[in-house]
Design a protein around this ligand. Structure first.
Ligand code: NAD
Ligand code: DAU
Length: 335
C-alpha cells in the first residue's frame, strides 16, 4: 500500500508513521507536513535511513503542491492528521484553524477524489460533540455541538468529509478520539506541560477549579485503532476511539506530581479557559464490536512510560522549549 500521512511530524502523526512502518514494512509512507511550530522532524529521527519512508514539506491548503504529490505518487490511501490542534491557541487566533482544519481538509478531499484514492481517513476529535455533564458518554450518534474555534473547525471538516461520502460516494472514514498522551507531545498540552514545569521547578497552572474531566488514551492505542479503521473501516462510517480513562485535571496533576516525587504545592489555580468544556467521555463500543479494537495500555503503565520518556529525552524537550514555545508560553500565561 502507498499511504499519504499528513501532519506526520506532529505528536500523534509521528507515532502513526512509525507504527505503520514497523507493522507493515512492505508499505510505502509519504509524510506531508508544513512543519508549523508543532511539527518536529526530531520525532522521526529513527526513520532517516528508511527506504520506504519519504518526508515532503508542504501545506495541505496548497492545492498545487497537494495535486502534484498525488499525481506523482498515486496513493492508495490518505490519513489526515494535519491540523492546528491546541484549543487555547484557537481562542486567541482562530483564523489559521479555519484555514488549515477546514480549507486544508477540503483540498485533500478534492484532490484525493480526483485521483480515485481508495480510502480517506479523517483524524477528528471527541471535542466536536461539545461538553458532557457528570453522566453519560459520547456515541457516534451524539449531536455535533462544538464550543471552541478549534472544535468548530474540526466539526466543519467532519461535515465536509461526510458530504464527500454522501454526494460523491467517496470512501471516507472519520475517527473521533479522546485526549492522547505519550512521548513527543508538544509541551503546550496539559501532561507534557506539567512534566516540563516540574523539571524546571515551576508551578503547575490548573484552569478554574481543576474539576474538568478528560478521558485519556495512550497515543499508541490511538495508532492501533487508526490501523483498524484504515484497513477495515466501512465506507462512510464514524468511529469513536477512547479507553475509559476519566480523570479530573486536578487528580491528574496530583498523580503526575506523585509519580515525579514533586510536591502538590506546585499546583496553582489560574483563570479558567474561555468556554472550557466540562467533561469528555467516549463510548468506544462500536470500534470494539465492529473492528475488534481494544486499548492495550493501562493508564498506570502509559503514564509511567510517558514520564520516563520525557526524563530520558531531555534533549528533545530542551530543543522544543528553546523555540517559539517559550514566547507563546510567556505571552499566554502573563495575561
Ligand atoms: P500536533 O499539533 O502535534 O501536530 C499537527 C501536525 O500538523 C504538525 O506536524 C504540523 O506541522 C502539521 N500541520 C499543521 N498545519 C499544517 C498544514 N497546513 N499543512 C500540513 N501540515 C500541517 O497535533 P496532534 O496532537 O498530533 O493531533 C493530530 C491530529 O489528531 C489533529 O487533527 C487533531 O485534531 C487530532 N486529535 C488530537 C488529539 C490529541 O489529544 N492531541 C485527540 C484527538 C484528535
Ligand atoms: O479531546 C481531544 C482533544 O484533546 C484534542 O482534539 C486536542 O487537539 C487536544 O489538544 C486535547 O484538547 P484539550 O483542550 O482537552 O487538551 P489540553 O491538554 O489543552 O487540556 C487538557 C485539560 O487541562 C483541559 O481541561 C484544560 C486543562 N489545562 C490545560 C492546560 C494547557 C489546564 O488546567 N492547565 C493548562 O495549563
Amino acid at each position: 500500500m502507498k499511504l499519504l500521512i499528513t501532519g506526520g511530524a506532529g505528536f500523534i502523526g509521528s507515532n502513526f508513521v512509525q507504527y505503520m512502518l514497523k507493522n507493515y514494512p512492505e508499505y510505502e509512507v509519504v509524510n506531508l507536513d508544513a512543519l508549523t511550530y508543532a511539527g518536529n522532524l526530531e520525532n522521526l529521527k529513527k526513520l532517516e535511513n528508511s527506504q520506504n519512508y519519504t518526508f515532503v514539506k508542504g501545506d495541505i491548503t496548497d492545492r498545487a503542491t497537494v495535486d502534484a504529490l498525488f499525481q506523482k505518487e498515486n496513493f492508495d490511501a490518505v490519513v489526515n492528521f494535519a491540523a492546528e490542534s491546541h484549543v487555547d491557541r484557537s481562542i486567541n487566533e482562530p483564523d489559521v484553524f479555519v484555514s488549515t482544519n477546514i480549507m486544508g481538509t477540503q483540498v485533500l478531499l478534492d484532490v484525493a477524489k480526483k485521483y480515485n484514492t481508495q480510502k480517506y481517513v479523517q483524524v477528528s476529535t471527541d471535542e466536536v460533540y461539545g461538553s458532557l455533564d457528570t453522566d453519560g458518554s459520547f456515541t457516534e450518534n451524539s449531536p455535533i455541538a462544538p464550543n471552541s474555534p478549534y472544535s468548530a473547525s474540526k466539526a466543519s471538516a467532519d461535515l465536509l468529509v461526510r458530504s464527500y461520502y454522501k454526494t460523491y460516494n467517496f470512501p471516507v472514514n472519520i475517527t473521533r478520539c479522546s485526549n492522547n498522551y505519550g512521548a513527543y507531545q508538544f509541551p503546550e498540552k496539559l501532561i507534557p506541560l506539567m512534566i516540563n514545569n516540574v523539571r524546571e521547578g515551576r508551578e503547575i497552572p490548573i484552569y478554574g477549579d481543576g474539576q474538568n474531566v478528560r478521558d485519556w488514551i495512550y497515543v499508541e492505542d490511538h495508532s492501533r485503532a487508526l490501523d483498524r479503521v484504515l484497513h477495515d473501516g466501512k465506507p462512510g462510517e464514524i468511529y469513536n476511539i477512547g479507553s475509559n480513562n476519566e480523570h479530573s485535571n486536578l487528580d491528574m496533576a496530583k498523580m503526575l506530581l506523585n509519580l515525579m516525587d514533586a510536591p502538590e504545592s506546585l499546583i496553582t489555580f489560574v483563570p479558567d479557559r474561555k468556554g472550557h468544556d466540562f467533561r469528555y467521555a467516549i463510548d468506544a463500543s462500536k470500534i470494539s464490536t465492529e473492528l475488534g479494537w481494544e486499548p492495550g495500555y493501562s493508564f498506570e503503565t502509559g503514564l509511567q512510560e510517558t514520564v520516563d520518556w520525557y526524563r530520558n529525552n531531555q534533549d528533545w524537550l530542551n530543543h522544543v522549549v528553546s523555540g517559539d514555545y517559550r514566547e507563546y508560553y510567556s505571552a499566554y500565561y502573563s495575561k
